[in-house]
Ligand binder design. Structure first.
Ligand code: PLP
Length: 394
């Protein structure tokens, strides 16, 4: 491996040279069923012809101009996204962290327009919002923050899935302007809150004039079996951030807003050189078209349910398996012990999985996974889990 890359990643010594649908292929031609999907990015799988064609056509026509000019593809994408998301306006950036930066800036500006000079945003424990200074400060994981102090001020932390602790802050703090939360915590361990959690947050925000801001970077674009995670609860946020699957691998992120929040930014308050350029927007439009044309939101719900049920059946009564959970195609199998070693064992069996929060096997496969592929995923990963737990017991 090259010495000229900064050492920000402990990379697995595996190189992929080709992708097709749910499969990746290494240098030796070995096939891997990909249940990582670039960490919730490749919602259509690899090399989907609709995205490939959109990219080739657009690259041959016009890759980039600038946000100082009109960009019709960006407007078309904003029109399509606002419709499926129930939002009014969109700002385009290039990543999840940038989308959240936009949301954080928007919330602060909202506060200042209300005469709050030191606006504060409520965030949660075990959250992940990105690696920029503001987003790592918002993140509820000390490992992500350590060494980067002083952190950005203005975040108040509460436990996830705990409405009472938010209510307590509401009683005592007049500087809060927003809550930023994930509908399901992805990096934090596929943590699915109670069914009334987002509704409760919506109510508290309404009562206090706070913005409800959802980080749907991992849960958006059909991942959970709805276009967006919030749609399971009906609690529509004021601000929502997306990225990851939006471009199926082409970097693009967005901060969307509705109602009063949609009119907070005025010219000069935020910007991005690359954000929403014609190439990225062409890819994202192809993603939206394909999700619709191939009925993949429903497929995500159904296949995800089958996978969760498959794991529940295969792992029933297995000591060491704490919980199987999931919503659509974000699936977690929690063990009672660290299980990072499973990643390598799965690679040997031709399956790519991810372990997060030390002890949660996280699966984020393409939404168009076939039932044969889903069955293979369940049987191979269940076998590996049982093997891993039995070896540990010896
Ligand atoms: N928010 C959530 C919920 C995420 O899962 C991630 C990435 O894992 C991010 C934000 C950061 O996105 P990016 O890596 O594109 O900056």
């Amino acid at each position: 491996m090259s010495d000229t890359l900064m050492k920000t990643y402990n990379r697995i010594p595996l190189t992929f040279v080709k992708g097709e649908g749910a499969y990746l292929y290494d240098e030796n031609g070995k096939q891997y069923l990909d249940a990582v999907g670039g960490i919730a990015v490749c919602c259509l799988g690899h090399a989907h012809p609709a995205v490939t064609q959109a990219l080739c056509t657009q690259a041959a026509t016009l890759v980039h101009t600038s946000n100082i000019y009109q960009i019709p593809l960006q407007e078309e994408l904003a029109n399509r996204l606002t419709k499926v998301a129930g939002m009014d306006r969109v700002f385009f950036g290039n990543s999840g962290a940038e989308a959240n930066e936009a949301a954080i800036k928007l919330a602060r500006l909202y506060g200042h327009t209300k005469g709050i000079d030191t606006p504060q945003i409520i965030v949660t424990e075990k959250s992940f919002h990105g690696r920029t200074m503001a987003t790592l400060s918002a993140t509820g994981n000390r490992k992500v923050q350590a060494g980067f102090e002083p952190l950005v001020q203005g975040f108040l932390r509460v436990p996830y899935n705990d409405l009472d602790s938010i209510r307590k802050i509401a009683d005592n703090n007049k500087n809060v302007v927003a809550i930023l939360v994930e509908p399901i915590q992805g990096e934090g361990g596929v943590n699915i809150p109670d069914a009334d959690y987002l509704k409760g947050i919506r109510e508290i925000c309404d009562q206090n004039g706070w913005l409800m801001m959802l980080d749907e970077i991992q849960t958006g674009m059909g991942r959970t079996g709805q276009w967006f995670g919030y749609q399971h609860s009906g609690a529509r946020p004021d601000v929502m951030t997306i990225a990851k699957a939006l471009g199926n691998g082409v970097p693009i992120g967005a901060c969307m807003a509705q109602g009063e929040a949609a009119d907070i930014f005025s010219a000069g308050k935020h910007g991005s050189t690359f954000g929403g350029n014609p190439l990225a927007c062409a890819a994202a439009l192809a993603v939206i078209n394909t999700l619709e044309n191939e009925n993949l939101i429903k497929a995500s719900a159904n296949t995800g349910k089958a996978i969760v049920n498959g794991f529940k059946e295969a792992l029933a009564g297995v000591e060491g398996v704490s919980e199987v959970r999931g919503q659509g195609m974000i699936i977690g199998v929690e063990l009672d012990r660290p299980c990072g070693a499973l990643v390598q064992q799965a690679i040997e069996d031709g399956i790519l999985i991810n372990v997060t929060a030390d002890n949660v096997i996280r699966l984020l496969p393409a939404l168009n996974l076939t039932s044969d592929q889903a069955n293979n995923l369940v049987s191979t990963v269940s076998k590996l889990i049982k093997q891993f737990l039995s070896e540990q017991a010896v």
